[in-house]
Design a protein around this ligand. Structure first.
Ligand code: 5GP
Length: 116
């Protein structure tokens, strides 16, 4: 699959578009989703130009998952999340709208579940 360098997350990685950055290291970037599905909805992306998970070389998977773990821990410690929904869509048919691999990290709160 060919990677399109003009997607919004590629532009965020190049600093051409702003984002609310949470964490960054040599391999990955975490930032807030612009249209959150719940308070604290974050995205974690690799700096490697992969469109879907299948195109990410395995050596980049461990540092990416390490960042996912860090952000999940922060969502629990800082935001008080009691759980975190992890979502990752592959391909337009699956609902993927931005063609750069990303994990959604959506905090869940026990008090929200009890409210209904
Ligand atoms: P997808 O449907 O591809 O799994 O999710 C793409 C996500 O990227 C959506 O939740 C959407 O709100 C988010 N998004 C799209 N454009 C931008 C942007 O320019 N900045 C940020 N921070 N998030 C974006």
């Amino acid at each position: 699959m060919s990677y399109n360098n003009e997607n919004v997350f590629a532009k965020i990685l190049r600093g051409e578009l702003p984002c609310f950055k949470i964490y960054e290291d040599a391999h990955s970037l975490a930032f807030m989703d612009i249209m959150p599905q719940a308070a604290g909805h974050a995205l974690v992306i690799p700096k490697y130009p992969a469109e879907t998970l299948a195109e990410l070389p395995l050596e980049f998977a461990t540092p990416l998952l390490s960042t996912v773990q860090k952000v999940m821990a922060a969502q629990k410690q800082v935001l008080g999340a009691t759980g975190v929904v992890l979502m990752q869509l592959n391909g337009t048919e699956a609902g993927q709208t931005v063609p750069h691999l990303h994990f959604h990290l959506i905090p869940a709160h026990l008090r929200n579940l009890k409210a209904h």
